[in-house]
Design a protein around this ligand. Structure first.
Ligand SMILES: [Zn+2]
Length: 281
């Protein structure tokens, strides 16, 4: 279903799982993993304890088409499917086995717009997840994703983080920046190397720790008919109470209920897609 690369030190220790390409067109994590795999294969980077599994491209069919997914969004169906009925459900059945086998999971994604800034999701505020978060080189982290999905009920939240959490694993998602920017590859590279170093997997000098600004997400908006965002919002643009965020062609406006942030706006969202998220303070 997907290619995976296992490296074991032959010594006791933790098992780390690194994922890329859960969304096929998000290549920063894929490129970064391939670089580190090469370094491990050539001996330039040495194992110290425990083991690591890399899956540079989880959704290979989507990756070949340079699309987010083939049939359904994989990061909404990450659970075991008794009778998988599409490409992503079949992948999910392989992916959950990899998560079952790990202690810590780092899921590397990237975002739609040029100039997007890097950030992380910490869906479950556990001590191990906060530790993992402190190892990734991003300034902002978003919390509250499962709660906004539960509140809305529109789209089931079967993401990698949730599966990890429910199965007692630590796991966070890093959005490394714009898919095709070299900076996003660096964010992915440093995230992986910091995590592998901190948990004693590879033999490198000490990892850098970071402190993040954690923003609580409060809701999201699904695009229900034709319309446009009211301006060229970027991820984490600050918004003011009463500001018109988006206009539907039928004349209806979506207005900010409080001061806060607009989160991962998708200017090219199709009808039925998540259009943007909101974080209020
Ligand atoms: Zn993604």
């Amino acid at each position: 279903m997907f290619n995976k690369y296992n490296f074991s030190s032959g010594k006791d220790g933790l098992h780390i799982l690194i994922l890329g390409g859960v969304h096929g067109n998000e290549v920063a994590g894929t490129i970064a993993q391939r670089k580190i795999i090469r370094q491990l294969e050539t001996g330039k980077l040495k194992m110290k304890s425990g083991s690591v599994t890399f899956v540079p491209v989880v959704n290979e069919a989507a990756h070949r088409n340079d699309t987010r997914f083939v049939d359904v969004n994989l990061n909404r169906v990450v659970r075991f499917h008794q009778n998988p009925s599409n490409n992503e459900e079949r992948i999910a059945n392989c992916l959950v086995k990899e998560i079952d086998n790990c202690d810590f999971m780092l899921d590397l994604h990237s975002t739609h717009c040029e100039g997007d800034t890097e950030f992380a999701f910490i869906d479950y505020n556990t001590a191990r997840n906060r530790e993992l978060l402190s190892l990734v080189p991003v300034k902002n982290a978003l919390a509250g994703w499962p709660e906004i999905y539960a509140k809305n009920g529109a789209i089931a939240d079967y993401c990698t983080e949730r599966y990890a959490y429910l199965n007692n694993k630590a796991g966070i998602t890093v959005e490394c920046g714009y898919h095709k920017s070299p900076r996003a590859v660096d964010v992915a590279l440093n995230s992986i190397l910091n995590v592998l170093t901190h948990y004693g997997i590879v033999d490198l000098p000490r990892s850098k720790r970071n402190e993040q600004n954690v923003i609580n997400m409060s809701s999201f908006v699904v695009k229900t008919s034709a319309g446009k965002l009211s301006r060229n919002y970027q991820h984490l643009t600050k918004i003011k109470k009463g500001e018109v965020l988006a206009r539907y062609d039928n004349g209806e406006n979506i207005v900010a209920e409080a001061d806060g942030y607009i989160i991962i706006p998708n200017h090219n969202a199709n009808i039925g897609d998540e259009w943007f998220y909101l974080g209020y303070r």
